[in-house]
Design a protein around this ligand. Structure first.
Ligand code: SAM
Length: 430
């Protein structure tokens, strides 16, 4: 449903319910990101609904205890910051297509971009919802870090790497609010430049077949690390690898105590240089301690898994060491299924509805507690064998008593909780 045509020197672009006009070639617009914007609208719609209900319930409980009646979620303000807005298209679409948004700030450092945003919000009659801001994204977010000024949601959609914006962003989202982050520097995240990845994200990337999911897990680890500094932590609700970028949607919560659980959500990754086998080594572990007064109390101790040896147990070669990565779940399946329902019910409103439905259905099926995956043909290619049909491979894993799924991040992916020796045994039978 995207149409571009020339109106008196300006390019007119229709996407969703927005029509924007761009007169300067210096203002960034990428039609390929329509999927990213559609998906973000669907996620925000479901998220904001949940958020308002939750906050209204809390407010209601509080007021009831003071003897006041309150049952209206309409009194819950919802504010969104698009910190890197370019044409304003995304903010305009949020204003027109996401219900119950009180205020949106569309910010950009470029003066030309801000002029374009101003024109476009008037042209789309959303100047009552969207305010423009001409500021450095970090400076603007720091001005909003006090909890009375925080945003319900912050969207970061930079060129390349988002890391310089994370410190201010994790401080300026409300408790239980949403941070939406795009990263397009896939070469860095996918192992072409592990040192740069460490410098930017605080984790070493690896050249591995599952690099797209590894990229998601490196970004999530990085956001968690930034949040932890301020006694905050994340809950990833949806993490997507698509085209040339990754996009994560994470809730941010406050709680120094919960931050102690972070090490148990992170792992180092050992990659065998011979057979490519990956072994995860958790950074920490915790278990509930029922003797404590607080039932949520956790006891920290060192990882209980045996350390990864110097040589790979399958082929006796050495390892590369990558990570740390986020090794806890990267989606909230219940949330994903509600986003899927929302898109099914409103499919006529999304130009990329079919694609969203396809990807979210795969996301729902993914084994949530099993990080990373194999790629079928690469696995067999490693030992110079013809590739086994996917169906047969999956049946063999199931017959051996383990679970298996695809990953949305790669064709021919095999996500499984079967130990590597079972996979090699299956390959030997071929
Ligand atoms: N979100 C937009 C969309 O969906 O169409 C695209 C954003 S574009 C990839 C990145 C924008 O960030 C550019 O317009 C650029 O001017 C702006 N930018 C770069 N550095 C910035 C900074 N430090 N603060 C604010 N804006 C910045």
């Amino acid at each position: 449903n995207m149409d571009t045509s020339n109106i008196i020197g300006k390019q007119s672009i229709i996407e969703g319910q927005a029509e924007i006009r761009v007169s300067s070639e210096k203002v960034f617009y990428n039609p390929v990101q329509e999927f990213n914007r559609d998906l973000s609208i669907a996620v925000l719609s479901v998220f904001i609904n949940d958020y308002r209900k939750e906050k209204a319930f809390k407010k209601c409980e509080k007021l009831k205890s003071e003897g006041i009646d309150f049952e209206d979620s309409h009194d819950i303000p919802v504010t969104i910051l698009e910190a890197l807005s370019a044409t304003g298209l995304r903010s305009i679409r949020y204003a027109k297509e996401v219900s119950n948004v009180t205020k949106i700030i569309a910010n950009d450092l470029s003066e030309q971009a801000v002029e374009t945003i101003k024109d476009n919000i008037v042209y789309n009659s959303v100047d009552n919802v969207i305010e423009t801001s001409h500021d450095d994204a970090c400076m603007l977010m720091y001005k909003h870090k006090h909890h009375s000024k925080r945003f319900t949601a912050i969207d970061l959609d930079p060129y390349g790497c988002p890391s310089i914006f994370l410190d201010s962003a994790v401080q300026s989202v409300q408790d239980g609010g949403l941070l939406l982050v795009t990263a397009t520097d896939m070469a860095v995240l996918a192992g072409n430049s592990p040192e740069t990845c460490y410098v930017k994200y605080g984790a070493i990337s690896l050249k591995t077949k599952c690099c797209h999911e590894m990229a998601l897990r490196i970004l999530l680890q990085s956001i968690e690390h930034h949040a932890n500094r301020y006694s905050r932590f994340i809950e990833p609700i949806l993490s997507i690898s698509a085209d040339f970028y990754i996009r994560v949607f994470v809730k941010i919560y406050s709680g120094a105590f919960h931050c102690k659980k972070t090490t148990s959500k992170l792992s180092m990754v050992y990659q065998c240089v011979g057979c490519d086998n990956l072994t995860l080594q958790p950074l920490g572990a915790f278990k509930p301690n029922p003797t404590e007064k607080n039932p949520d109390q956790v006891k920290s101790f060192l990882p209980s898994v045996p350390p990864v040896g110097e040589f790979c147990v399958h082929c006796n070669q050495r390892h590369h060491l990558g990570g740390p990565i986020w090794s806890a779940p990267i989606h909230n399946v219940d949330f994903v299924s509600r986003v899927l329902n929302h898109v099914e019910e409103n499919s006529h409103k999304f130009g990329t509805a079919k694609r969203i439905q396809g990807i979210l259905s795969m996301v729902q099926e993914e084994l949530q507690d099993t990080p990373l995956y194999y790629i079928l043909d690469k696995l067999f290619g490693r030992v110079h064998l013809e590739t086994m049909p996917m169906l047969r491979m999956r049946s063999a894993i199931l017959n051996a008593g383990y679970q298996v799924s695809f990953s949305h991040a790669a064709k021919l992916s095999i996500k499984t909780n079967a130990p590597a020796h079972i996979i090699w045994d299956i390959i030997r039978t071929w």
